[in-house]
Write a protein that binds this ligand. Sequence first.
Ligand SMILES: Cc1cc2nc3c(=O)[nH]c(=O)nc-3n(C[C@H](O)[C@H](O)[C@H](O)COP(=O)(O)O)c2cc1C
Length: 197
Amino acid sequence: MALPDPRNHRTPQHPIEPIFWRRWSPRAMSGEPVSRAELMSLFEAARWAPSTYNEQEWRFLYATREGAHWKTFFDLLLPANQAWCARAAVLIVVASQRVFSRNNKPNPVHTFDAGAAFENLCLQGSAMGLVVHGMAGFDNDKARASLHVPDEFKVEAMIAVGMPGDPADLPPELRERDLPTDRKPVSEIAVEGSFWK
Ligand SMILES: Cc1cc2nc3c(=O)[nH]c(=O)nc-3n(C[C@H](O)[C@H](O)[C@H](O)COP(=O)(O)O)c2cc1C
């Protein structure tokens, strides 16, 4: 069985490029490897994200399932994520530098910029037919310690990347949730003028 088609679950309210609504976060992966060339295309896409002063403060640490670092990365995940990430091909930890490299002063938008890079990576992976799934469900302190992340960097999130798999192979409680979701209407997220409730 193939992954669900976002076309059957999502209808944009306004005209947009299909890359945006076609991207979603499946959990069903086959366990097959993702090539190094494909992986580098994901990071290449991330590289072109906008950032304050072109700071490019995002950093990506990764482990492939065949590589020496897989267990270290996999052990960072909470059990709920381990349940489906066992069939991922690559696990990525995203970090961002809290201070500007040119003057060491706090950068108030480092997380915002890392988020832009994350979305570029997601859109590229989706366009390539890969599963790309962001995760906050991991032990942040353990990631910092076991991957030797310096204090001036914040550990932001993890990302699972893999080849699409059969949703039937997921545990039953995840299988039901593994569908493209809808969104709030534009009127709930954007307004002309001051803040509203
Ligand atoms: C920063 C971040 C953290 C997330 N953490 C998890 C997670 O720990 N486990 C999980 O299964 N999904 C996680 N997700 C996936 C979200 O639940 C998903 O992106 C959201 O429901 C919207 O669905 P879509 O990505 O399919 O459009 C995370 C997504 C983001 C961006």
